[in-house]
Design a protein. Structure first.
Length: 262
């Protein structure tokens, strides 16, 4: 199997089984595109990514609405970005394996254009703890309103970090080798936080526990699960999904879902 096809097929069927009841049409469409364009690696990669997006949208419309999702009601429609549906539960969408990290071994490292430093779980627990209620918007078109979290404000955390003034961007590193990028201005907003508790319960591994970043004003892939590092850089360095077709910023109200590749 062509490596591009293998990766994109895995992405196309990576939703939880309860969310995608019929992944076969996506798989068959991707295979068809691959057969037609296999003469050019670049064309194959572009076509497969485009097909993945189309399949995602079709599956969401046909399989997810009603049972798992609903249209926003009039009283909260102004809180739901365009193209989004409200989730009845709290979906779990993960590409690849879910890391299992104990609070005893968890740590978060800071480096790059910042004084290198390592924070332990105890270090975070000693910082000011805050409760947060924030809306959560996934690029795959579902939203959940009024999610209740507990954790540490990014602005409080930054009191313990020394950053060079030339730093303009951050690469978020995670257990499992996932990365995503964020501009430092987006990162430092007052409403952002590191979360270890959701709805009064410790954050489970499926939802990014023991610790994840939450950036409510951007699509949820920027709220990196299993976070364990912040690399401060002068220029933008794209993360995993950004290198594979997702938008470099991901602002829900502007529907910044995908890059110009699509």
């Amino acid at each position: 199997m062509h490596p591009c096809l293998e990766v994109i097929l895995r992405i196309a069927v990576s939703y939880q089984k309860e969310l995608v009841e019929s992944p076969k049409p996506c798989r068959e469409k991707l295979k068809a595109d691959y057969s037609l364009l296999q003469s050019s690696d670049f064309q194959v990669e572009v076509a497969l990514k485009r097909s993945t997006v189309n399949c995602q949208l079709n599956v969401e419309r046909e399989s997810m609405q009603g049972k798992f999702f609903r249209k926003p009601e009039s009283e909260n429609s102004d809180r739901v970005p365009p193209g989004q549906y409200l989730a009845n539960g709290f979906p779990v969408l993960t590409y690849g394996d879910t890391p299992s990290v104990s609070i005893e071994s968890w740590e978060l490292k800071v480096w790059g254009l910042a004084k290198p430093k390592t924070f332990t779980w105890s270090d975070f627990q000693a910082m000011p703890q805050s409760n947060f209620t924030a809306d959560f918007h996934c690029v795959t078109r579902w939203s959940k309103l009024d999610v209740q979290w507990t954790g540490v404000k990014v602005t409080d955390f930054m009191n313990y970090v020394e950053v060079d003034r030339s730093a303009g961007h951050i690469v978020e590193h995670c257990y499992g080798d996932y990365t995503t990028n964020i501009a430092i201005d987006d990162f430092l907003r007052e409403e952002n936080f590191f979360a270890h508790t959701v709805f009064g319960e410790p954050l489970s591994p499926d939802h990014g526990g023991p610790m994840r970043l939450v950036v409510p004003h951007l699509y949820a892939w920027k709220s990196a699960k299993w976070i364990n590092g912040l690399e401060f850089t002068e220029t933008e360095q794209l993360g995993f999904w950004e290198r594979n077709g997702y938008h470099r910023r991901g602002e829900p109200w502007a529907e910044e879902r995908y890059s110009g590749l699509f």
